[in-house]
Design a protein around this ligand. Structure first.
Ligand code: SF4
Ligand code: SF4
Length: 470
């Protein structure tokens, strides 16, 4: 339900009753909890937890309906702002097409990674200067845009990268996502000195697991190199590790979070492999098996927190919790519809090509223009971008009738298009998202959600719903 609908004059029913007239649409949702169910208004992402034995009474009268009446308009406004009113504040910059690894699931075509082009340093500087001019027109004064150097492997073009960071250190908040194989001591010192956040990739606790999907073109293991880089980063405030979950490492996710915790990784992501390109689909895990091992890994990270007092936040799951508890505190933009691609951020290819998200680099029909030839404002309005930015979870089945669609967001449009045949399709992992949302509600019901979130996540955030009501 949009804010406009809520403000319409009421029909004669006056909205007294749930699920009829102009009363709220409140859908009961089994969350697999012994005592509680969730109730959601799928259109506004309003939710409440109610005792199972009080479900009928809650829908008939009392606190639930009163709370809905008091809060639904705020939920609708907040959701509308997040879904339709954001302006870009970040760019994923690919400073090279090349990579020294040949991962099974990479979204960059192999030819590009083997022998593609680097962006020359002067070109990278010119790109950041043009982006700076653009951001000055859309971002509030005092807020810096983010530049995330992204794959292929940004450190293959290290000279240009570091020169650009040095030159624009006052203008941007920088991050780099790297496979860590080129992350030597000098590089780490430089990145730390410039406050650059560093994201590494590691898929298993043992070389044999990492080697199943991440090897050099010559077939060499990189597992030990990544571990050495992790040791060198220990104590740095701003680093994280991404593990890509495939059928090759599902049974290793629990020992993997143990390794991350032991090495004092502050934040990790356990991302389901993106199935945009056919190679990735060869290692796609089954939804139920993935959900089962993913939740086991979350529970293990929680047990380690309880034992040691030190958190390992699993950011992609924390983001789903935040989508429920405080949507505007979200840090990632995949599980919202339209997703962040092409509207909260966009991606820059080494040849100046602009794409809605890195996930589309390599799919030429999603090229919206060129940074050096076109106005960014115009690129954002091209068909290539609008195909992504107008993919709306309210408008296609089965998502349009799904009670959790604004906690899931139906990611990812690139997968929907390339794997499932169109933007009005689900992505690769509907069942996995369902399981995550149900688990998130169980944690909220048990009062454990804070344990899975960054400390201080709720500072300055209005709670969406007062749980004591349940
Ligand atoms: S859902 Fe896909 S296209 Fe959208 S931001 Fe995430 S990775 Fe990019
Ligand atoms: S992908 Fe599945 S869980 Fe997500 S909104 Fe669509 S139907 Fe719901």
């Amino acid at each position: 339900m949009s804010a406009a609908v809520l403000e319409r004059p009421l029909a004669p029913s006056s909205g007294r009753h749930a699920n009829s007239g102009c009363g709220p649409s409140l859908v009961p949702l089994d969350i697999g909890h012994a005592e509680y169910m969730a109730v959601t208004d799928p259109g506004t992402a309003f939710w409440a937890l109610v005792r199972k034995d009080r479900l009928a009474a809650s829908l008939a009268e009392g606190e639930l309906l009163d709370s809905y009446r008091a809060k639904a308009a705020d939920f609708a406004r907040e959701l509308h702002m997040l879904r339709f009113e954001l302006k870009p504040s970040a760019v994923y910059v690919n400073p090279t097409e090349r990579c020294n690894l040949n991962c099974t699931y990479c979204y960059i075509p192999e030819g590009m990674r083997r022998s593609g082009q680097h962006m020359p340093a002067d070109r990278l500087m010119a790109a950041l200067a043009r982006l700076k001019d653009y951001f000055a027109t859309v971002m509030p004064a005092g807020r810096k845009p983010r530049i995330i150097f992204h794959g292929a492997e940004p450190l293959m073009n290290r000279g240009a990268l570091f020169a650009a960071i040095e030159a624009f250190r006052e203008d941007y908040v920088f991050g780099v996502q790297t496979n860590a194989t080129l992350l030597d001591e000098t590089a780490i010192d430089f990145l730390a000195e410039h406050g650059v956040s560093v994201g590494l990739s590691l898929d298993g606790p043992l070389a044999e697991t990492t080697d199943a999907t991440r090897l050099t073109f010559g077939g060499k293991s990189v597992h030990d190199k990544v571990l050495r880089a992790m040791d060198a980063l220990k104590g740095y405030a701003s680093w994280s590790v991404i593990a890509t979950c495939t059928e090759k490492n599902l049974d290793q996710l629990v020992p993997l979070v143990e390794l991350f915790h032991a090495r004092e990784v502050p934040t990790c992501m356990l991302n389901a492999v993106r199935c945009t390109l056919p190679g990735a689909r060869t290692v796609r895990p089954d939804d139920d098996a993935l959900a089962n091992r993913f939740i086991a890994a979350l529970e293990r990270s929680h047990a380690l927190y309880r034992e040691t007092g030190r958190k390992l936040v699993v950011a992609n799951f924390a983001n789903i919790l935040l989508a429920i508890l405080a949507p505007t505190a979200r840090r990632l933009m995949c599980d919202i519809s339209p997703c962040g691609g092409g509207r909260a951020f966009f991606a820059l290819a080494p040849d100046g090509g602009l794409f809605p998200c890195s996930e589309f680099i390599g799919l030429d029909h999603f090229r919206g223009g060129n940074l050096f030839e076109d106005r960014i404002e115009d690129v954002l309005q091209t068909d290539a971008f609008r195909t992504v930015t107008e993919r709306d979870v309210d408008r296609f089945a089965p998502c349009s009738t799904c009670a959790i669609r604004h906690f899931c967001g139906s990611p990812c449009p690139a997968e929907a298009h390339e794997m499932n045949g169109g933007m009005e399709r689900v992505g690769a992992f509907c069942g996995f998202y369902e399981a995550q949302v149900r688990y998130a509600f169980r944690l909220i019901a048990d009062g454990k959600a804070d344990d899975f979130l960054w400390d201080g996540w709720d500072e300055g955030v209005e709670p969406s719903f007062d749980l004591s009501l349940g």
